[in-house]
Write a protein that binds this ligand. Structure first.
Ligand SMILES: *[C@@H]1O[C@H](CO)[C@@H](O)[C@H](O)[C@H]1NC(C)=O
Ligand SMILES: *[C@@H]1O[C@H](CO)[C@@H](O)[C@H](O)[C@H]1NC(C)=O
Ligand SMILES: *[C@@H]1O[C@H](CO)[C@@H](O)[C@H](O)[C@H]1NC(C)=O
Ligand SMILES: *[C@@H]1O[C@H](CO)[C@@H](O)[C@H](O)[C@H]1NC(C)=O
Ligand SMILES: *[C@@H]1O[C@H](CO)[C@@H](O)[C@H](O)[C@H]1NC(C)=O
Ligand SMILES: *[C@@H]1O[C@H](CO)[C@@H](O)[C@H](O)[C@H]1NC(C)=O
Ligand SMILES: *[C@@H]1O[C@H](CO)[C@@H](O)[C@H](O)[C@H]1NC(C)=O
Ligand SMILES: [Zn+2]
Length: 329
């Protein structure tokens, strides 16, 4: 997941490394209002000099931490937690909640209206939904989700980024709070069969990609589809929970992660549009592919508590009673 949309784009080579650091520091010192503490590092996905293997070096403050995301989730190791109740989704059904779609050079990001949010789900308080963005590989056949489950990587992953409502959208405070942000992760999988242009909400969303092929281009999203429409087919009461970080520099360890078990099914043609339409910079630059961080050290993961022993005994008891009484149920 990424939170910030501003960073320096200069390519770093071994020879210019030190000069670059000086330049970054100067920009941060001279441009007030820029999120410099979080954006002062020129990171990338596609070059050995600045890809995720280098983040612990070029953004060492947090990317080298001990609760980093994403992780591989081992389903058999997830412990039951009865606090992981259902979420309440505020205005996820609103067809006017999706405001703007932007090519940031690292992802495609959609900003959300101010009245969208979440609560429940074992979170300590209400959170406001700020934006969602996506991670992908290279078409549906080269998967690019960030989290993996039992070693399986999915074609894409959608992240909805939420900030503690009590922090009033102050992201500086949010990234300094160990639970300042709540991220919702949804896996996207190829729809079975030969469907094209499905679901319609994803056809609507991806129709904007041709308007944002270059970095920093954005488009206004017309009303007509909601977050609920995009999250079609996911039982949002079943999820994994762990404490982790932003998955892009500066990798702040401020994120309560929720990764849903069910996947969103999207037709292959629409998945393929991400890696064939948007570019990392101008029209001569590379297509945006493999925009995900590799998995980090394992964390303790929880999930919904399995049916308890007492309720199993109760069911067995009822069954025995039914048989004893000759009942058919
Ligand atoms: C990251 O931290 C570990 C210990 O905390 C240290 O051994 C390692 O050298 C650090 N790596 C980098 C790239 O700074
Ligand atoms: C949903 O958004 C509308 C404005 O579009 C607002 O009036 C309403 O209060 C919001 N609902 C909730 C539950 O926040
Ligand atoms: C992505 O896939 C296309 C088509 O298969 C291929 O031409 C291209 O080289 C791939 N890009 C990367 C970065 O692997
Ligand atoms: C965020 O909160 C900090 C600490 O209270 C404050 O210094 C800063 O000005 C706030 N930022 C914004 C954008 O309000
Ligand atoms: C998908 O298309 C292929 C080739 O056109 C065909 O062989 C196959 O039966 C189709 N599958 C389904 C589920 O429609
Ligand atoms: C797709 O967009 C159209 C036009 O904005 C809208 O009428 C329709 O309801 C949308 N459908 C879905 C499922 O998002
Ligand atoms: C496009 O970006 C590259 C660097 O990514 C730069 O060298 C080139 O001059 C740019 N071309 C145009 C037309 O802006
Ligand atoms: Zn993300």
């Amino acid at each position: 997941m990424r939170l910030y949309s501003c960073w320096l784009t200069q390519r770093r080579t071994g020879a210019s490394k030190m000069n670059w650091f000086v330049a970054a520091f100067a920009v941060c010192a001279l441009v007030p209002g820029v999120h410099c503490a979080s954006d002062s590092v020129a990171w990338c996905y596609d070059q050995a000099s600045c890809n995720d293997a280098q983040w612990p070096v070029i953004a060492a403050e947090f990317c080298n931490g001990t609760r980093q995301s994403p992780i591989n989730i081992v389903s058999a190791s997830a412990k039951g937690d009865s606090n992981l109740v259902e979420f309440t989704f505020r205005n996820f059904s609103s067809t006017s909640a999706l405001k703007k779609i932007k090519n940031t050079g690292k992802t495609v990001k959609v900003t959300l209206a101010s009245h969208v949010g979440i609560s429940g789900g074992g979170l300590s308080e209400s959170y406001d939904s700020l934006q969602f963005h996506l991670h992908w590989g290279n078409g549906s056949s080269v998967p690019g989700s960030e989290h993996t489950v039992n070693g399986k990587r999915y074609p894409m992953e959608l992240h909805i980024v939420n900030s503690k409502s009590s922090l009033n959208g102050n992201t500086t405070l949010a990234v300094a709070d160990s639970t300042g942000l709540a991220a919702l992760g949804f896996f996207i999988e190829e729809m079975s069969g030969n469907a094209t242009g499905q679901p319609e909400s994803w056809k609507n969303l991806t129709s904007y990609l041709t308007s944002i092929t270059e970095k920093d281009q954005s488009a206004t999203i017309a009303a007509g589809f909601s977050l609920d429409d995009l999250l079609v087919g996911v039982d949002r009461s079943k999820y994994y929970r762990y404490l982790g970080s932003l998955t892009t520099p500066n990798c702040n360890e401020a994120v309560v992660w929720t990764v849903f078990k069910d996947t969103i099914k999207v037709s292959k043609d629409l998945i393929d549009l991400f890696s064939t339409t948007v570019r990392i910079s101008n029209s001569t630059s590379h297509l945006m592919t493999n925009v995900y961080r590799n998995v980090q050290a394992a964390q303790s993961v929880t999930t919904q508590a399995k049916s308890s022993v007492s309720s199993t005994c109760y069911s067995l008891g009822l069954m025995t009673l039914s048989i004893a009484l000759g009942l058919r149920t």
